[in-house]
Structures are given as structure tokens and as C-alpha cells.
Ligand binder design. Sequence first.
Ligand code: GLV
Ligand code: MG
Length: 316
Amino acid sequence: MSARSRDLPRRSCLSTPGSNEKFLAKAPKVVADMTFLDLEDSVAPLEKEAARAKVVDAVKNLDWDDRVLCVRINAWDTEWTYGDVVEVVGRAGERLDEVMLPKVQRASDVVALDLLLTQVEKVHGLPTGHVGIEAQIETTRGLINVEEICAASPRLETIIFGPADFAASMEMPVLTGGVQIPEYPGDHFHYVFSKILMAGRANGLQVIDGPYLYVRNLDGLREFAQRSRVLGYDGKWALTPDQAGVLNEVYSPTQEQFDRAWDILDAYRQATEQERRGAVMFGDEMIDEASRKMAIKFVSRGERAGLRRSATPAGA
Ligand code: GLV
Ligand code: MG
């Protein structure tokens, strides 16, 4: 895994077609935590090979500030995966943090990519283990194997849900993946969201939700993104700059939540260290060690999003 990018925020993950020079040139100006240059489904088959050089050029010559920078390669069931890794990772240099592998079906898909990356790193003088992996779960087989997939390589940094391909793999009677289905009484992807989240967290990975395809409906995005945000996902894909703006808000704790988390930590430290008590009242609520663990998560997520604790009023 890339030591640099592993813990960076990924509230908004901007997808940029690797064959389109205009979009590539604009991508660094979009305020997104992570950007991936796509060689997979947003690139036409006849453009796949030409897109590799455009992506290498963009990685090397544009200013990506300190965001996470990733390239999505093609899946192992195509003829492009090996060439994508050798030609793109081999030439892009150290600024490329990660490779995203789509349609991961089993742990060995990740292991094969890990081994290939190790050779490419050696040949090109990159630090061993420099390039991280993001794995997409977007087939039924991938979901069944998600626990083994998440444990398959120390290079893994995130696990991602791909709702559009997943809906196709499930043969769901929908023509748009990753949006509300008004006829379904509940959230048709709740089980999927939870299963991927558990597998990812059990292996210390960030967990990311995929695209929302109604790109002009920002209110719809805001509402839909709450589903994975409330469960605990770290972020979601953005297909446009406006979507990235909404997601940066949705996946950040509010200032109030951040401050309250700090207050809980302070109160709990005081209780355990000064008073030697493991459970105390905090306002109307009983807090204990589990409360500390929850608060720690808010604090680290808020800090990753750039929040600072509000000044405590004098004498408070
Ligand atoms: C993303 O790749 C998706 O299939 O939803
Ligand atoms: Mg997909």
C-alpha cells in the first residue's frame, strides 16, 4: 500500500475518462479528495490503448496537489489488464498512488495484481509496495467472496461498491444502477452496503460507495448518499465537480458532532484517569469505553476533513 495515501480522506472520488484530454486537463481543478483516471468503462474499446499514454501524461505533468491519485485499469477478464499495468504504472512514476481493479471476483484477482505490481515496481525503481490497490465489488461472485478479497493483499487501501455493474450482475429489472427504486419498500442495497462495509472494516480498509448516475439531481445525490454515510462509509464517487462539492459536505462530520466527540473524549479521560470510573454521565447520557471508540472515529474523520475543535468558552 502507498504509505502516503492510505489514510488520506476519500469523501469525494472523482471519475475522469482517461481518453478525454479535455476532462483530464480539468480534473486537477476539481475540489475532490481523490481522483481516478479511468481506462475501464468510460473509455471506448477502440480508445483503450491510446488512453494509456494520455493518462501517463496527465499523472506526470498536471499538478494534483496532495490528493489521492489513482488509475482504474481494466478487469482480468479483458485483454487489457496486463498492458494497463505495465504501460501505465510502469511509466507514471511515484506520483501515482494506486491502481483500481474493477469487477474483482475472488481474492486471487487481487493477489495476481499485487504480484504484477511488485515486478513493475522493481523494473522501474519504485519503492516496493508503493502502489496501493482499490478493489471494486460489483458482481455477485465478488460480493460472495468479499471477505477473502478484503484480506488478499497488504496493498489494499479501499473496497468500493459498484452499483451499476452489480445491478446488471444481479439481473435486477432496472436500467439505472445506484439510485432509489420507488417500488421497493426499503433500501434494496442495504445488505450489500453492510456486507462490504463489515468486510472492509475488519481488514482496516476505507469503504467507498460508487456512482450516482442522475448527475443533474444534486438534491437526489445528497439524499441518496446519506444511506452509505449513515452506515459509516468514507466517501462516494463523483461524476461531476458539483457532485464532488456535495459529497465533501455529506461525508464530513459537522462541527457540532466533531466538538461533541472531543468533549466526550475529555469527559471520559477525566472519569477513567482522575476518578477511576469506567462509566459516567455525560449530560443526559451514560458514556463508557464504547463511547470513546465512537468518538475517536469522529475525531479522526473530522481531522482528515480539516476540522479544528471550536474554542471552549472561558470557564467552561
Ligand atoms: C461502477 O463501476 C459501477 O459499476 O457502478
Ligand atoms: Mg462498474
